[in-house]
Design a protein around this ligand. Structure first.
Ligand SMILES: [Zn+2]
Ligand SMILES: [Zn+2]
Ligand SMILES: [Zn+2]
Length: 167
């Protein structure tokens, strides 16, 4: 997994270094892609690959759709980008930190946050026991309503338990 230095965002240099490590030539399209991703990392924006390609074409009209799609897949594979599913079976991409985490998407406003809360070991062990597989990875996507879209606590949601100080 790719590790950010001290939590700093992905940079154009780090993307180009990965391409070099993989033996991919730093062609102009790849440099344009790296530069635009570095901007998106600063903005903490998530993007659809089609929109990303459209933006790149403004910067370099000759940039090929296949190159962009293939490059995005390479970056996902090497942990520089996260692929997050969206309702309807499509994906969006995010520039995230390098450590293990999961995403929670608001099903109303689509805002995504990261969480480092993970599946407990007992569950992974139970899956291993019941299937006979040696489990060595997982992905988990969570959906719900963010604090802004969640209805006010009046009503039957139960709230946060100790909120009213009952003991
Ligand atoms: Zn992420
Ligand atoms: Zn929301
Ligand atoms: Zn996990």
């Amino acid at each position: 997994m790719y590790q950010n230095e001290e939590g700093s965002p992905l940079t154009a240099e780090s993307v180009l270094a990965l391409f070099e490590q993989l033996g991919l030539r730093n062609t102009r399209p790849r440099r344009v892609i790296a530069g635009r991703l570095a901007d998106l990392a600063q903005e903490e924006a998530e993007f659809a690959v089609q929109d990303f390609w459209n933006e790149l074409q403004v910067l370099d009209p000759g940039i090929g759709r296949a190159t962009v799609f293939r490059t995005i897949e390479v970056l996902v594979k090497h942990g520089m980008l996260d692929r997050v599913p969206v309702a309807g079976g499509t994906y969006r991409y995010r520039v995230c930190g390098g450590s293990h985490h999961h995403h929670v998407r608001c099903s109303q406003c689509q805002r995504v946050v990261e969480t480092d809360v993970c599946i407990p070991d007992e569950i992974l062990t139970a899956v291993a026991d019941s299937t006979g597989y040696a489990i060595d990875g997982h992905s988990l996507e969570l959906f719900g309503r963010c604090p802004e879209c969640k209805p006010a606590t009046a009503g039957g949601t139960g709230g946060t338990g100790t909120r009213y100080g009952s003991q």
